[in-house]
Design a protein around this ligand. Structure first.
Ligand code: HXC
Ligand code: NAP
Length: 293
């Protein structure tokens, strides 16, 4: 995939996000980092948050260097804890004077036959994805309503949020909840000037997702691009371009939408991980051992 291809190029005009403050949960790694990079290049202030402060601070420093924008702040916050989410909001407003956008991007996931899961395994995923998203949504929404200030929410879901998928059932259930949150609040909070939209990405290689969704022996046997009609995985800039549009005022009339960005993958066979039906119990034993290590 060539870096000069149009889909690897920035899309919006310079300074398109100047004056906006954006909070990105899970912003220190993977797709959160890619979106943050582009928001900074477009002139926004960005607060990146997750559990690992060291990772966040390293990313923040690298992005200051890379983009020349000093307006990036690292704040530790476990989205499962409402008091930490409120502290994240306070710190953002103290530092930048306001907050305009909440990007619910933090997530947890692993593949497993559902009957092998304990109830705690369900909890850990649903708590990060669904509880984490509604904790942030509630805290930021209440703030915008109290301040009589407009706000924008962007939620990162998955294509299987709409259609379900075998072998990632806690994630599918939680992302479906986030999609329902997106569509419900698009109606209920529009009167406060708060828009809610979502992106459903197909496969975009990241260390976090690939290590948990394509561990060996899957990685060497299964090509994530094979089921994509366009026969390639996504480029991070493509997602960043769409996210920047959805958090910008250019998308002011878009509300309650989930935009799929997957090269046509889900239409080619809904349920991204349904194909894991082919794995034997021995292979699942091996995968579970690898992942837990
Ligand atoms: C079965 C498992 C398991 C596995 C953990 N558990 N891993 N069960 N198979 N592979 C169970 C444990 O046994 C435990 O239950 C419970 O889950 C909680 O375990 P912890 O030890 O607390 O969790 P831990 O393994 O430390 O962390 C799991 C995690 C972690 C929180 C999900 O991997 C994480 O921090 N992930 C964040 C990043 C991430 O996942 N990124 C990928 C997003 S990708 P018991 O009963 O034993 O106590 C994504 C994309 C989707 O969402 C679409 C892609 C195309
Ligand atoms: P990633 O790098 O693993 O991102 C997940 C992030 O969530 C990490 O930065 C992690 O940081 C953070 N996080 C996890 N638990 C948290 C918690 N309790 N509180 C706060 N932050 C927490 O994976 P990714 O691929 O970039 O995924 C980003 C988003 O895209 C997710 O919503 C994922 O579901 C979605 N997605 C990805 C793909 C793909 O192909 N990559 C496809 C569809 C959807 P800490 O560990 O520091 O907390």
């Amino acid at each position: 995939m060539s870096a000069s291809h149009p889909y690897a190029q920035p899309m919006l005009r310079d300074n398109a996000l100047q004056g906006k403050t954006i909070v990105v949960t899970g912003g220190g790694t993977g797709l959160g980092r890619a979106m943050t990079t582009y928001f900074l290049q477009l002139g926004a202030n960005v607060v990146i948050s997750s559990r690992k402060l060291e990772v966040l601070e390293k990313t923040a420093e690298e992005l200051r260097q890379q983009t020349g924008n000093q307006g990036v702040l690292a704040v530790q916050c476990d989205v499962r804890k409402y008091d930490e989410v409120e502290a994240l909001l306070r710190k953002t407003v103290e530092t930048f004077g306001r907050v305009d956008v909440l990007l619910n991007n933090a997530a947890g996931n692993f593949i497993s036959p559902t009957e092998r899961l304990s109830h705690k395994a369900f909890d850990v995923i649903v708590d990060i994805v669904l509880k984490g998203s509604y904790n942030c949504t509630l805290a930021f929404g209440k703030h915008w309503i109290a301040e009589k200030q407009p706000g924008t929410i962007l939620n990162i879901v998955t294509t299987y949020a709409s259609v379900g998928s075998a072998f990632v059932v806690p994630s599918a259930a939680a992302k479906a909840g986030v999609l329902a949150l997106t569509r419900s609040l698009a109606v209920e909070w529009a009167k406060y000037g708060i828009r809610s939209n979502a992106i459903a990405p197909g496969p975009f290689p990241t260390e976090g997702a690939w290590s948990r969704l394509f561990p060996e022996p899957l990685a060497s046997k299964l090509d994530p691009a094979a089921s994509v009609p366009l026969k390639r995985v996504g480029n991070h800039q493509e997602l960043a371009n769409l996210a920047a549009y959805l958090v910008s005022d250019f998308s002011a009339y878009m509300n309650g939408e989930v935009v799929t960005l997957d090269g046509g993958e889900w239409l080619n066979g809904a349920g991204e991980f349904n194909k894991l039906e082919l794995l034997t119990p021995d292979m699942w034993d091996h995968i579970e051992k690898t992942m837990r290590r």
